[in-house]
Design a protein around this ligand. Structure first.
Ligand code: 5GP
Ligand code: ZN
Length: 113
């Protein structure tokens, strides 16, 4: 999708700190971390949020999350983590390409604990 910052990162047009990449997804470091460990899981296919997601995209996303569950140790998440996906203005979604925040390590904001 033109003018989508995450599509540009996926295509390598904008640099990012890549942690993992395969045919379905990219995992990168968030540029403005909100926890000691803050990664973003980006499905390579563009869709804005879970409401716009097709059944096929939902299956791909589930596969991505399963793969993530197999990488917990190598990502340093063995002591626990949160997965968060914001949808819409009231949830402060700022990038309209679905992404899953992966938050681990010592939380900077523990109001949700
Ligand atoms: P949202 O607010 O849409 O749920 O989250 C967007 C996230 O993307 C934010 O945490 C923000 O720091 C991150 N972000 C925005 N632009 C970039 C970028 O160019 N590179 C990386 N690595 N993260 C970005
Ligand atoms: Zn996109």
């Amino acid at each position: 999708m033109e003018n989508c910052i995450f599509c540009k990162i996926i295509k390598g047009e904008i640099p990012s700190a890549k942690i993992y990449e395969d045919e379905d997804m990219l995992i990168i470091k968030d540029v403005n971390p909100q926890a000691k460990i803050h990664y973003l899981l980006l499905p390579k296919q563009h869709f804005a949020n879970i409401v716009e997601m097709t059944d096929a995209q939902a299956q791909t996303l589930a596969r991505c999350i399963k793969k993530l569950s197999n990488m917990v140790d190598e990502l340093g998440l063995q002591d626990g983590f949160r997965l968060v996906s914001n949808k819409g203005a009231h949830a402060c979604q700022s990038v309209e390409h679905l992404h899953i925040h992966i938050l681990g390590g010592q939380q900077l904001d523990d109001r949700m604990c």
